[in-house]
Design a binder for this molecule. Structure first.
Ligand SMILES: Nc1ncnc2c1ncn2[C@@H]1O[C@H](COP(=O)(O)OP(=O)(O)OP(=O)(O)O)[C@@H](O)[C@H]1O
Length: 258
């Protein structure tokens, strides 16, 4: 499946009743099995764009469409936010199968897929634990398993690891890449973190701010495994630097505005 973002624009009315253009002239596609990362300074419209692609918010102009779905069938979406909203009264297993229940999957399918995706994110043995008994990283894994369990056409991730400490974050990036290499889901991923973008992406979309527009789309021509190894270090850093140079000025402006 291919997702096409066609000339999307989003205007908001702010608290002072002024019109704010958050996004303008946004055109790109997410190819089948492609991992696309959105980066940009604070307030450039990353989350707004992700929400529009996921149908959680309507654009004020343009449209998003899904090519290659059987006609009339809505796309299945898996969504992971920064703060995973696990149901506190449900166990890990019950959280993971939530979307399957919603889809009306049989008990047998719920059990098979629940087990499979819990195993994939490394939470076997924690099926009966409740969210409050888990560390932040484990909660994020449960949230990822829940998103994967519906076998989505598109996986949307909005800063999924930004609330984690740096070490857990690095480990989770590695695990996400391993999971992604197994599932190859078309993915749209939002982050502030340039290293994370270069580590995960097939392509990085750099947004500018006021209004959020696409500044550049950068293809990361590195193998999808072992990007952090010595032999790729120089190329990795070149990509990271190229992206930082594109963002730097806007990020400084964002900092001044607070
Ligand atoms: N509901 C809303 N009403 C008014 N303005 C909004 C609304 N949602 C977002 N905005 C504005 O749209 C712009 C983009 O916001 P958005 O949250 O998408 O940016 P972001 O790049 O995800 O930011 P951050 O990196 O800080 O999370 C900002 O100027 C924001 O203030």
């Amino acid at each position: 499946m291919r997702i096409v973002v066609d000339n999307v624009e989003k205007r908001f009315i702010d608290a002072k009743k002024h019109e704010v253009t958050a996004l303008r002239n946004i055109n790109f596609a997410i190819e089948n099995q492609e991992f696309v990362v959105l980066v940009g300074p604070s307030g450039c419209g990353k989350s707004t764009l992700l929400n529009i692609v996921g149908g959680l918010m309507s654009p004020t102009g343009g449209e998003v469409y899904f090519e290659g779905l059987s006609s009339g069938k809505p796309p299945r979406l898996g969504i992971v936010f920064q703060e995973i909203a696990l149901f506190p009264w449900r166990t890990v297993y019950e959280n993971v199968i939530f979307g399957l229940e919603e889809q009306g999957a049989s008990k047998k399918e719920q059990q098979e897929k629940g087990k499979h995706y819990i195993e994939m994110v490394g939470l076997s043995g924690f099926e009966t634990a409740f969210p409050k008994q888990l560390s932040g990283g484990m909660r994020q894994r449960a949230g990822i398993a829940r998103a994967l369990a519906v076998e989505p056409d598109l996986l949307l991730m909005d800063e999924p690891f930004s609330a984690l400490d740096a070490q857990t974050r690095t480990l989770m990036q590695e695990e996400l890449l391993a999971i992604w290499n197994r599932t190859r889901l078309s993915t749209l991923y939002v982050t502030h973190n340039i290293q994370e973008a270069v580590y995960l992406a097939d392509r990085v979309i750099v947004l500018s701010r006021h209004p959020g527009q696409i500044k550049e789309i950068i293809k990361i021509d590195l193998p999808k495994t072992g990007r952090d190894q010595d032999e790729h270090r120089a190329a990795f850093e070149r990509y990271a630097d190229q992206i930082w140079q594109l963002i730097r000025h806007d990020a400084q402006e964002a900092l001044k505005e607070g």
